[in-house]
Design a protein around this ligand. Sequence first.
Ligand SMILES: Cc1cc2nc3c(=O)[nH]c(=O)nc-3n(C[C@H](O)[C@H](O)[C@H](O)COP(=O)(O)O)c2cc1C
Length: 239
Amino acid sequence: MSCYSNGFCRDKNIVCRLLFSKARLPKPFISLHANITTVHMKIIAIQGSPRKNGNTDLVLDAFLSGAGDLGAECEKIYLRDIEFKNCRGCNACHKTGDCVIKDALTELFAKVLKADILVLASPIYSMTVTAEMKGFIDRGQFLWAQKFLTKTLEFDDRHLATHTGVFISTSGQDLPTIFDAARPVVKAFFNDSGFVYRENVLFPGMDKKSQSERDEAAAFASGEGRRIANALITLKGNV
Ligand SMILES: Cc1cc2nc3c(=O)[nH]c(=O)nc-3n(C[C@H](O)[C@H](O)[C@H](O)COP(=O)(O)O)c2cc1C
């Protein structure tokens, strides 16, 4: 994980390092102007914080605004605003590939599968993602079943090259390991839904930040939104 002097972290996994290695770094924004109008990009952001206008919203909104500057169509969904049930563990999806529960998540999962960038945003609660986010991820078990059991869902290399998973998180504590338990949780969902978990945009110690530090956090998140959208525009143009 590389941490900047401003205390925010940008972390890329190995796949990301390979994909965005120097040779493939996107050209500067200005020279991408033609791509902005020709490459359509949809970003779905799943917001798992139960607190509206809190720390996670601050950085998530800035991220989406930065990506929006490059022409990305962005949609944010608050899990707290939609009614859904938790996975029952009935394992029916292991046989049919379908979830027996039909509720707001049924439609949302269909939408997620059509996005180019999936953002999973959650504050750290008790060392991992919130209950809302975990509930959402558990309900994605039918996708895992379709991939590995019924074999009715497959993502080819081209799809994986142009579908990026981004984890955005905030925490109260400023510990180097504070996001560690959350990462495998979001990775599980990215894997099952056809997104390569390429990016982390993480903000530790948010509860004690001054207003100017919060402004810096938002500016950093906005820059990350632009950078990640820019990278995907380039990838989509190249694949
Ligand atoms: C129930 C609860 C549990 C929390 N657990 C942790 C924790 O384990 N570690 C930590 O660093 N912060 C923890 N926090 C602090 C939040 O992660 C932090 O305030 C976060 O930025 C809140 O984001 P939000 O304003 O978007 O909800 C917790 C907060 C709450 C309400």
